[in-house]
Design a protein around this ligand. Structure first.
Ligand SMILES: Nc1ncnc2c1ncn2[C@@H]1O[C@H](COP(=O)(O)OP(=O)(O)O)[C@@H](O)[C@H]1O
Ligand SMILES: [Mg+2]
Length: 234
């Protein structure tokens, strides 16, 4: 479904991704794990057209998407739920969700789409008219996920969805991710907190200094001595 081949990218002449290659098949949950600064967010930004690769190719459903604009990439079916939620705090939850439906097909049946998405988030439904900035951190993360689903993605990408949340809320976020998978959406999750993600992931890639250094099934990576030492403190 998604294939990165030798992707190089960075900011203003500083190369951050130094030849990243990996694949996501339809229906899989894939995770990219790596320390702070490894290039995880930069990888996601390259995928959604915010950072343009200087070398390499990105293919989605058999077509090159590197070089396309972010809105064209969303229209093709790739949506990112960014790190730190990035909601509009002074807009209502309803208007924040409407912002997610910028794909034409999603706008056309906005009401039904909103209703379907809210079935997954009963607490968000209760707060539709409230300003997004007045919600708790956990509720804001749910709104950010709901907004991502409003774009009707084929592949939904999460950047550190559990960052700053309590353990209880982290498990609620992972429950929602499981429901999204059950709907048939393919998922790519980037996380620093890797125990949860490697348990639900089909496969994972370890990114260090802008390069994939290890890959395997979630369980293989959990059992890997380097992963244990570097990321689990074991
Ligand atoms: N907008 C930016 N401008 C310049 N450098 C950046 C920018 N965003 C990230 N970087 C640098 O790129 C490197 C990788 O960052 P990032 O992809 O955010 O890592 P991660 O998400 O794995 O923590 C870091 O050294 C960071 O300082
Ligand atoms: Mg990041």
């Amino acid at each position: 479904m998604l294939k990165l081949t030798d992707v190089h990218a960075g900011y203003g002449g500083t190369e951050i991704l130094r030849g990243v290659s990996f694949e996501v098949n339809a229906g899989e949950v894939i995770t990219i794990v790596g320390a702070n600064g490894a290039g995880k967010t930069t990888t996601l930004r390259s995928l959604c057209g915010v950072v343009e690769p200087t070398r390499g190719t990105i293919e989605f459903e058999g077509e090159r998407i590197d070089g396309r604009r972010p809105d064209q990439i969303v229209a093709a079916g790739l949506t990112l739920i960014p790190e730190g939620r990035q909601l509009f705090p002074f807009l209502s939850v309803r208007d924040n969700l409407l912002m997610g439906a910028y794909k034409r097909s999603a706008r056309l049946n906005y009401k039904k789409q909103l209703d379907d998405v809210l079935d997954l988030f009963p607490r968000v439904r209760e707060r539709l008219e409230q300003n997004a900035g007045t919600l708790s951190g956990g509720e804001q993360q749910m709104v950010a996920i709901a907004r991502g689903l409003m774009a009707q993605p084929k592949l939904l990408m999460f950047d550190e969805p559990s960052l700053g949340l309590s353990p209880l809320l982290v498990s609620q976020v992972f429950d929602i991710i499981n429901k999204i998978l059950a709907l048939g959406t393919t998922v790519l999750i980037v996380e620093q907190n890797i125990v949860h993600t490697l348990r639900i992931a089909d496969r994972g890639y370890v990114l260090e200094n802008g390069e994939v250094v290890l890959s395997g099934t979630g369980q293989e990576l959990l059992d890997n001595p380097h992963v244990k030492r570097a990321y689990l403190g074991l």
